[in-house]
Design a protein around this ligand. Sequence first.
Ligand code: SF4
Length: 373
Amino acid sequence: MHLYVHVPFCKQACHYCDFHFSTNLSRKSAMVDALCAEIIRQKNYLPGPELETIYFGGGTPSLLTEPELIQLFNTIRSHFTVASSAEITLEANPDDLTLKKLTMLRRYVNRLSIGIQTFDEATLRWMNRAHTATEAQTCVRLAREAGFDNLSVDLIYGIPNRPKSLWTADLQQVLSLDVAHLSTYALTIEPDTAFGRWEKTGKLPPADEELAADQFEELTKAITRAGYEHYEISNFARTGQYARHNTAYWQGRPYLGIGPSAHSYNGHSRQYNISNNTRYIAEVGRGALPATVEELTTADQVNEYLLTGLRTQWGCSVTKLDTLLGADFARVQARDLTALYASGWLMRDQDRLRLTESGKLFADRVAATLFVD
Ligand code: SF4
């Protein structure tokens, strides 16, 4: 079983980000109370009691204080069994990561996912990140000093209007850190962000897909040459050090999401919590479920599994597709499968449907081709 806790606060808004968060931290303590109340209310949502992973995402969970973390963990441990080998991840921003803070965090979590994004000072300022290039460079060393050996770093590629050499430099820097795990994302311009508004007024060009594709190719070559496994389209791991929590999402396993904007999946339905801190606190406070529930149809379940499973190196199990569909998937989709094999984007290896190297550039398109009605 897998638990996600959304911490919806950030020091400032990064210009590209459309996640749910508030920069008004005055209700952080009330929010932690509400998160604990929702954990208790939802304790029977999952089909089993033992948590194999816990993930604090956001927002910026590294803004949590020690008493707030203790409150959350006491609540979780009182209502769930946390496996002794559980992966407990917290997303962190480099500007929060002093040695003192890291030493405190290490008492509660065993994995950090650090949002570095780039090591270039001018780009960090342009994206309105709260940290400096120096903090990006030193936080990994400090985290190790505090006892973290399971570290993940996030990087963004496809950033327009800057020399290509800066992406190469970002890759060199991240490789020199030798972290266990790396997540990489192409910059997307979302309408409800500063970049979205800049794009509308012509201050920013539209996202450059060709630039992103070139940089993605450079990335995969450099990272796999350095010995990382490319186990999901956007994720790379040193042998076996996969993000267990995210892998559970991609493999369609049940998870409970707590907090505003969090969503949950129990095998047959999905729940979406409201994306509004004030309303979330008020609704949880009066004992209501701050969520809309969507029952998933057979087609939803098959299509979601195709969309996430094909992004991983394990691909999709044909047996699982048959079970979800209640029919012989390969027979139902025989014509599209044949076309995809011929295009060189998809292959079948015994029970598994997997993307080829060239297919990885078209993962969503391949999945959509195989969608059922
Ligand atoms: S710190 Fe993370 S969640 Fe917060 S605005 Fe920046 S990218 Fe978004």
